[in-house]
Write a protein that binds this ligand. Structure first.
Ligand SMILES: Cc1cc2nc3c(=O)[nH]c(=O)nc-3n(C[C@H](O)[C@H](O)[C@H](O)COP(=O)(O)O)c2cc1C
Length: 334
């Protein structure tokens, strides 16, 4: 199982190094726009220490050479955070713009760069970006090798099973192999499906059988038992936790066997208290004004699923201002 030691891979200059140590099965915190900002990542890296963390996607502006990436995004580019490797994720379209953005990110300190080929929401971006890239797979024939050539550290792709056809992924594996993509993160739903239904990890298992590229399994991992079984059954190189990890950071430790895999309600309540209590000051520093802090932290609470804490969760979600939210957090410790 993964270790929580600082990963030397994070700062090594060697070509194509993975953001985890050989033999490790890394547990990654997924990139989540609006959630995995640097304050939340700080909390995670200092508390449950995912083996790898990711930035939210950074939009590549193909209209402006000078402002390819937002200045705030460029400032986030780094090889690691608190000793945990950081993957910088780009979303955009057009080979030249993507390559130039990867160069900018690297100049700013990024070592591990990922291309988003899964986002189902077109309105987030313009053109064939994210999951939309799967509508024109022929364009990938030039984009993927060009990015590989530019990226000196690890180059990975985060992808859905297909645009409409959940077997489209199999047609793309030869390209990823030819281009020496270092690893894939697979969320086995289609782009059309968005978040409907369940992730089909039979597809994950088949992809893993059919490629030598390390595949990180992602999608609907919400318990230690499910995650461990997924690792064993598919032979995945590691796991990525999105909503399940945001809703319950201790899931990382439960997966490592360092915390009860089925905690009782008192423990879950205490964990939720610690989580929100520690996040409040970090959000206070990152965001501007009480209402923004409140909105952002409620976005985190929306991911917590716990029927036995329904009353407490309702109180947090209904808080009209930050003092009311703080009082509801304090009650969790009462
Ligand atoms: C609110 C939200 C924001 C997301 N933002 C991103 C993103 O910036 N980049 C990305 O690759 N995936 C993004 N995703 C997808 C997640 O990384 C992940 O692939 C997906 O939620 C499935 O994993 P899960 O079931 O563990 O949540 C987002 C998902 C959600 C729900």
């Amino acid at each position: 199982m993964p270790t929580t030691e600082a990963n030397p891979a994070a700062t090594t200059e060697t070509n194509n190094v993975l953001p985890w140590n050989p033999g490790e099965k890394p547990l990654m915190l997924a990139p989540m726009q609006g959630l995995t900002n640097r304050a939340l990542r700080e909390l995670f890296t200092k508390w449950v220490r995912p083996d790898v963390v990711w930035t939210e996607f950074m939009r590549v502006n193909s209209q402006s050479e000078k402002k390819l990436l937002m200045p705030g995004d460029v400032r986030e580019c780094a090889a690691e955070e608190n000793g945990v490797p950081l993957v910088v994720q780009l979303i955009g379209h057009g080979r030249d713009a993507l390559v130039a953005a990867a160069r900018t990110a690297q100049k700013a300190g990024a070592v591990h760069i990922n291309l988003n080929m899964g986002c189902p929401y077109g309105r987030m971006t313009s053109g064939l970006t994210g999951g939309g890239m799967l509508k024109r797979p022929e364009l990938l024939e030039e984009i993927i090798p060009a990015l590989r050539e530019e990226i000196r550290g690890s180059f990975s792709v985060k992808i859905r099973a297909g645009y409409e056809d959940p077997r489209q992924i199999f047609t793309l594996l030869p390209l990823f192999e030819r281009a020496s993509v270092d690893f894939l993160v697979l969320h086995p739903r289609t782009v059309r499906q968005a978040y409907e239904g369940l992730a089909d990890h039979a597809v994950t298992a088949e992809v893993i059988k059919r490629t030598a590229i390390p595949v990180i399994a992602n999608g609907d991992i919400r318990s230690a038992g499910f995650g461990q079984e997924l690792l064993e059954k598919t032979g995945a190189a590691g796991l990525m936790l999105g909503r399940g990890g945001i809703g319950e950071p201790m899931l990382f430790e439960r997966l490592r066997g360092r915390a009860a895999s089925e905690p009782d309600v008192a423990e879950r309540r205490a964990m939720l208290h610690r989580y929100l209590n520690d996040l409040l000051p970090l959000y206070g520093k990152l965001f501007c004004g009480d209402m923004q802090v409140l909105g952002k932290i409620k976005g985190v609470v929306a991911n917590v699923e716990d029927h036995e804490l329904e009353r407490e969760l309702k109180q947090l979600k209904r808080a009209k201002n930050l003092p009311a939210f703080r009082a509801a957090v304090a009650e969790l410790a009462a």
